[in-house]
Design a protein around this ligand. Structure first.
Ligand code: A3P
Length: 283
């Protein structure tokens, strides 16, 4: 991919690549955002399962919430738009902890952080780049993996992102959800989310949420939808159906050569050497 191609659809802010749908003015005004104490932030590195958690939260009976578009998506009028929400706001974001508006930290708003095995995340982002006209063209998986390892992709390095958030994983207002655990036992993760949000749900309701947020249901629903990129959490696409590809754990094995795995694992070992989260991603 040429750097010209990359710069035509992405721009750098504080050394991190963003889609041109996130204006520089908005990104540089994050600290003027007024949080509400009952706001919920749905945080992730791209392709970690954001839509999945959003669907779970949207389906909690009597939750009385509004799911907004990502806080960093749009122009400077964004915060005015968010002010118009009357219900409890659930606001997605792919920002690292360091870039999060300061008022969210001061008010200790609830944050649901979803994290996924970085190899599967890389594969998912590769496909998303390939199919999304709003992202730079990609020549091959090998070329994309190099960009991913350098953090030269939207929202920067997976390692930097997760490490800024890991420092806060024991904060009372932050809940970590692991994609792989949720895949194994959706009801258990859904229960964690509802408890964290302080909403009582019955076992029956949890099972209903699990059904409505299953990969198959979500993929079918998306195929029927005609979504507007600015109004939904599809931060980088005008086509929601691009989001639901395989929804599997371990698909990376079909992409990484043994040499690529070694390179990846070496970088992982180096960057995650002090991380307690690293054990979640041991293959
Ligand atoms: P794949 O590309 O591996 O299929 P995000 O919502 O953060 O953009 O993440 C998208 C990834 O989450 C995609 O991964 C998508 O298929 C997967 N996903 C979305 N909904 C899911 C669900 N209900 N169950 C499992 N995976 C889901």
């Amino acid at each position: 991919m040429s750097s010209q191609n990359q710069s035509s659809v992405l721009h750098k802010f504080k050394d991190i690549l963003f889609s041109t749908m996130s204006s520089e003015e908005l990104l540089s005004s994050m600290d003027s955002f007024n949080a509400r104490e009952d706001d919920v932030f749905l945080v992730s590195y791209p392709k970690s399962g954001t839509h999945w958690i959003a669907k779970v939260i949207e389906n909690i009976p009597n939750a009385e919430i509004t799911l907004t578009s990502p806080i960093e998506l749009g122009d400077i009028s964004k915060f005015e738009e968010l002010k118009m929400c009357c219900k409890r706001r659930v606001i997605p974001t792919h920002l690292s902890y360091n870039m999060l508006p300061v008022d969210i930290k001061q008010k200790q708003c609830k944050v649901n952080y979803i994290v996924r095995n970085p190899k599967d995340t890389a594969v998912s982002l590769f496909h998303y780049y390939r199919e999304n006209p709003n992202l730079p063209g990609i020549e091959s998986w090998a070329a994309f993996l190099e960009l991913f390892l350098r953090g030269d992709v939207v929202y920067g390095s997976w390692f930097d992102h997760i490490l800024t958030w890991e420092d806060h994983k024991n904060d009372e207002n932050i809940l970590f959800i692991f994609y792989e655990e949720m895949k194994k036992d959706p009801s258990k993760s859904i229960k964690k989310i509802t408890t964290f949000l302080g909403i009582n749900v019955s076992e029956r309701e949890i099972n209903q949420i699990a059904c409505k947020s299953s990969f198959r249901e979500m993929k079918n629903d998306a195929a029927k939808e005609n979504c507007d990129a600015n109004k939904t959490i599809c931060a980088l696409t005008s086509n929601r159906s691009l989001v639901f590809r395989k929804g599997a754990v371990g698909d990376w094995i079909n992409y990484f050569t043994s040499k690529q795995k070694i390179v990846f694992d070496e970088l992982f070992a180096e960057r995650m050497k002090h991380s307690e989260l690293a054990r979640h991603f041991e293959d």
